[in-house]
Design a protein around this ligand. Structure first.
Ligand code: BT5
Length: 328
């Protein structure tokens, strides 16, 4: 019912629609219309009401809301099926259940907050209300090796989304942290599910620190939020829509075999290329020049004229200019 009222209001192109028209169209009483409008206002929709003219939709909420979210989705496959929850332990874990139940390529799960959000290697991911905690199920037409590159694609999609929407100097810290001035604003968790001989299914989890102050996260994290940087809130529905659009572009490009394009875009957003970095793997430390990444995502480090690649491990980027990203 709510969504139908919103459809009617938005179809009237900012003109007023009388309560009577709405009640007739939906076959509900005027009082029921009023009650629905009240609920919508509480959910953050700004609706102007005038006794003689009726109602007019002025703006949609910045917080996550199903109708506002659907309106922002302009992709073909990604987000065609989209689930929005007030709270989940973890959107990635929920996607695993959906995959078992046969979920389709492009299914998206979003939670307004997570109680058990996680990062790589069983690390925790703090996910308070106000962030964008989203997972996408992908069944790409790619081999397992190729599909692994999708975490790089996600980094690019996320970096470009944040730059284009908010014009912030965000860069990618290898392998896939999104960082602004040395502080993490978003993270990516890519997981492969299913047996090796079934259709390859990936779950890409994306967490963006959005409309909450950094101060509510644990104090020991090198973290930052969009709210802190922009000094205002952002439209999370729009952010999700744009992110899925960019991600769909990247998935299509990889499926079309454009590995070089991905490498170029990734390198354009990457931090620390050409600089001295320190890579820690287990107890070992390697110091060298960060040359970039290989097509498979491994990082290349030049140590005493020799190139060594690393497929995992923690990389600490050290540079005189801090983490300021190179412009793409
Ligand atoms: C990541 O892991 O950066 C991947 C984060 C993915 C989160 C999304 S949210 C939707 C989906 N559902 C999930 O359950 N997960 C995904 P990693 O590189 O391992 O970084 C984890 C580390 O980041 C932690 O050990 C903390 O040090 C730090 N951290 C935790 N919460 C943070 C936050 N909100 N902002 C910045 N840093 C954080």
């Amino acid at each position: 019912m709510r969504n139908k009222i919103l459809d009617i209001l938005s179809n009237s192109q900012e003109e007023f629609v009388s309560g009577e028209n709405i009640s007739e169209a939906l076959e509900i009483t005027r009082a029921a219309v009023w009650k629905q409008i009240k609920g919508l206002k509480e959910a953050g929709y700004v609706i102007e009401g005038q006794t003689k003219k009726g109602y007019r939709l002025v703006s949609t909420p910045y917080s996550l809301e199903q109708w506002a979210l659907n309106k922002e989705i302009n992709t073909i496959a990604l987000g065609k099926e989209i689930y929005l929850f007030d709270e989940l332990p973890s959107t990635n874990d929920y996607c695993k259940d959906l995959v078992r139940q046969g979920a389709e390529h492009g299914t998206v799960v979003i939670a307004k907050k997570q109680t058990l959000g996680h990062g790589r290697m069983q690390r925790g991911w703090e996910s308070p209300l106000g962030g964008l905690w989203l997972s996408v199920i992908l069944k790409p037409r790619l081999s397992l090796g190729e599909a692994a590159k999708l975490t790089l694609s996600t980094g690019v999609a996320l970096g470009e989304t944040l730059r284009q929407l908010y014009n912030i100097p965000v860069g990618i810290k290898w392998p896939n942290d999104l960082v602004v001035e040395g502080k993490k604003i978003a993270g990516i968790l890519g997981e492969v599910v299913g047996e090796w001989n079934t259709v390859q299914t990936l779950i890409l989890g994306i967490g963006i620190n959005g409309n909450f102050p950094r101060s509510i996260l644990s104090s020991d994290l090198a973290a930052v939020t969009l709210q802190d940087i922009l000094k205002s809130d952002v439209d999370l529905n729009r952010l999700a829509g744009k992110l899925l659009q960019q991600l769909e572009k990247e998935v299509n490009s990889l499926e079309a075999g454009d590995n070089q394009g991905l490498l170029k875009r990734w390198s354009g957003l990457a931090l620390g290329i050409g600089e001295e970095v320190l890579v820690k793997r287990g107890n070992q430390e390697y110091r060298g020049i960060f040359k970039g990444i290989q097509e498979n995502g491994e990082m290349i480090l030049e140590i005493d004229g020799q190139e060594i690649s690393f497929s995992s491990g923690e990389v600490s980027l050290r540079s005189k200019e801090g983490y300021s990203p190179k412009q793409s």
